[in-house]
Design a protein around this ligand. Sequence first.
Ligand SMILES: [Zn+2]
Ligand SMILES: [Zn+2]
Length: 248
Amino acid sequence: MSRFYQFDVHMHTAETSKCGRIPAADLVDRYKAAGYDGIIITDHLHEEYISLLYCYDDWDTCVDRFLDGYKRAKKRGDEVGVQVFLAAELRFAENDNDYLVYGIDEAWLRAHPYPFRMGPVEFFRRFQHDLLIVQAHPFRDGNRFIRWDCIHGLEVVNTHPDHENLNEASLEAFRHQSHLYPLCGSDTHRKGQACASWVLLEQPVRNIQDYIAAVRQGAYTLGCKNETDQKILEEVARLRNKESAPTC
Ligand SMILES: [Zn+2]
Ligand SMILES: [Zn+2]
């Protein structure tokens, strides 16, 4: 049987995201215990959350504080053998849409102060070739405004239990926009939310660029614990002509 590499690609640390309740090291331990190979930390990066970090107009201090959760998770991951990659969940001023942005690193953050002030159109125009941009939970709580031409992918299933994610609507959207990469994530903030979904990569990854390459090649399948959402992911797999994800 071929080996898959199990990742969760959407989660928050208590240190950086003020809505997060699980310290970074604890987060890593939970995924290690569940048998995951890696996690991607997607702490919030937007005006309101940056203001909660009390770094004011000092962007370098903002970056230090933003990276706190990721760096603690990475340290713990190195100790216990879980891969930990950095990303961010960006929100621009125009509305409450959230965009998972993969491919940033510390140097990128320092070189691009307050990237959430740019707006999604400008952001995509500038970074579409360097970053993977995925709209998170696009229909959450009745949202209907999708930036179809500013994203590479769509979080078809988000398993966060405290919101109406309307994942069925995301599936319908994917039927009509099947050139986008369909993804899923747990959006973990609290205990009981971790390890609820997974991206199974068909090849090993050493860093976030490998992850992006795997997504662009379509070399992955999706799965989750919740039965209703798992049916959505099975339909996504059928639309992609993929075997559905083996149960983990
Ligand atoms: Zn949050
Ligand atoms: Zn999130």
